[in-house]
Design a protein around this ligand. Structure first.
Ligand SMILES: Cc1cc2nc3c(=O)[nH]c(=O)nc-3n(C[C@H](O)[C@H](O)[C@H](O)COP(=O)(O)OP(=O)(O)OC[C@H]3O[C@@H](n4cnc5c(N)ncnc54)[C@H](O)[C@@H]3O)c2cc1C
Length: 480
């Protein structure tokens, strides 16, 4: 601890979510002495694992499924395996059950999935085939600020032309209930009504990753990603102090660069005296999306899904047909709590059996709710699981529920329970957090924003932090 006080940092990072740690790591790799200040008692932000229900049951508190980490250049640059963070993918990337024991499922190549979709085989191949062929450059493009010149302009242009469409419009290319439901389930991750622009793009990107990286979990839990990042940071001389909420940037030790893993609302408070009025006004215009109600279960056995494909995947999209999912998301956008919500459910045990004592399983799930909601949706989520897995309720040993308001209290970056730290609208996809050429640099010299409120947005990929740190290094005249 003496050493902790002995040196002045070159750079300070506030917040130790994946983006804060990615920023710290990038700065430390460039030779800077970096200190990270985290308010919560443990590091990791949305990438933590905890025994939320019963002893021996390891639950991912926030993020659980990691296609974005698998695709991320930042995470690929870490020797994850050597640092105890192994990504393990199930045989089926994700599944979407329908009534009558049916399900759509994405696994293996585009041809494998197309073959399972019957009448939609050709349409699915036309939609996903070209994207998967250009997967590398396209994925790198999504994980960077949009102003970067595309490596494959034709592929990027085609993606943009299709991706800007609402999911409900894109789905007209598909005919089967399974094919259309698959697209709806993917697009639902956007937390927007499925009639909104760019919801098709969310679906296409996540579908593309299903065919390339798969949709893995981290063996032992998401916290291992956090531990791996902190391990390298520490080796490079970086330090993380937990239990220190920062109220004003003036409280921090002087440094050449200050990177904040916070959202625009907090940035406006933390640096109210440093930032000009016009920029503060722009920050206050930043829009947050709806919240989520999150439930974790300890189960006495695997979920008895009626459709076999659902037993071979970690991730399930529940809610039925495209029309039902669209209706659920429209209700949330209108400020209501749907009776039959679209739900995201993950059963990590399919790929990582060590999450619970012998015979037991952990289950993770959430549904979208209006911002700031205090409503416990667990009964409605369980009804959707029971609908596609009769007998599920008999397996529940314990549950832990976090309403949207609870999530906001758990991590201030989830304003109103918005797990993406900002609405994924067309405007905020293009210009996030405010309209500026470099979205990470603020008008205050040496002050940067590095959270999921900046491009490329929500998810555990660390690339917001990486790009913010690169900007800071360039401003310091250092090689990034
Ligand atoms: C329920 C849920 C499920 C999710 N599922 C997935 C998933 O399956 N896959 C996926 O890729 N993503 C998922 N996400 C999203 C993902 O977790 C986030 O997008 C990601 O964690 C954002 O990283 P970040 O570093 O920007 O912010 P965060 O991870 O939120 O970290 C911010 C950190 O900063 C700290 N902090 C904030 N303000 C201050 C302050 N003033 N002083 C000190 N510390 C401060 C916070 O305590 C927090 O630790 C999920 C999120 C939630 C909540």
């Amino acid at each position: 601890m003496g050493g902790w006080r002995m040196r002045q940092p070159d750079a300070v990072v506030v917040g130790s979510g994946p983006n804060g740690l990615a920023a710290a790591l990038t700065l430390a790799r460039a030779g800077l002495a970096v200190d990270v200040f985290e308010g919560a008692p443990t590091a990791g932000g949305g990438c933590r694992t905890s025994a939320l229900t019963l002893p021996g049951y390891a639950h991912d508190v926030c993020s659980a499924v990691h296609p974005l980490a698998a695709a991320s250049p930042l995470f690929r640059s870490l020797d994850l395996g050597a640092r105890g963070a192994r990504l393990v993918a199930p045989p089926v990337a994700f599944a979407h059950p329908l009534d009558g024991g049916r399900a759509g499922a994405v696994s293996g190549s585009v041809a494998d999935t197309a073959a399972s979709l019957g009448a939609d085989a050709r349409a699915y191949t036309r939609l996903m085939g070209p994207l998967v062929r250009d997967a590398g450059p396209l994925t790198d493009q999504f994980l960077a600020p949009l102003r970067r010149v595309p490596r494959r302009p034709v592929a990027a242009g085609r993606f943009a032309a299709e991706g800007v469409l609402p999911a409900t419009v894109l789905a007209r290319r598909l005919r089967t209930e399974e094919g259309r439901a698959l697209l709806a389930g993917l697009a639902g991750h956007s937390m927007l009504p499925l009639t909104a622009p760019v919801t098709g793009g969310f679906g296409l990107l996540l579908g593309l990753l299903a065919h390339t990286t798969g949709w893995p979990v981290v063996a032992g839990g998401s916290a291992r990603l956090t531990d791996a990042m902190i391990a390298e940071l520490t080796e490079l001389g970086g330090r993380v102090e937990t239990g220190r909420w920062v109220q004003r940037v003036e409280e921090l030790p002087p440094a050449r660069a200050l990177l904040l893993d916070v959202t625009p609302r907090q940035l406006a408070r933390l640096a109210a005296r440093q930032l000009p009025a016009g920029y503060l006004r722009a920050l206050r215009r930043f829009r947050y999306g709806p919240g989520v109600c999150k439930v974790d279960w300890a189960l006495s056995g695997p979920v008895p899904w009626a459709a076999p494909a659902c037993r071979e995947t970690v991730t399930l999209h529940l809610g039925g047909t495209l029309a039902e999912v669209a209706a659920s998301e429209a209700e949330v956008a209108a400020g209501r709590h749907p009776d039959r919500p679209y739900c995201l459910v993950a059963q990590p045990g399919v790929a990582d059996p060590g999450r619970a004592p012998a015979g037991g399983h952990v289950l993770w799930g959430y549904c979208h709710v209006p911002s700031g909601s205090t409503v416990d949706m667990s009964a409605r989520i369980e009804a959707q699981i029971e609908r596609f897995a009769p007998g599920f309720r008999d397996l529940v040993l314990a549950r832990s529920v976090r309403t949207a308001a609870d999530l906001a209290a758990y991590d201030p970056n989830y304003v109103g329970g918005d797990i993406n730290s900002g609405a994924g609208t067309l405007t905020q996809t293009l210009l996030r957090p405010v309209p500026r050429w470099n979205p990470y640099r603020t008008p205050a010299r040496g002050l940067y924003l590095c959270s999921a409120s900046t491009p490329p947005g929500g998810g555990v990929h660390g690339m917001c932090g990486y790009w913010a740190a690169r900007t800071a290094l360039r401003d310091l005249g250092l090689k990034a």
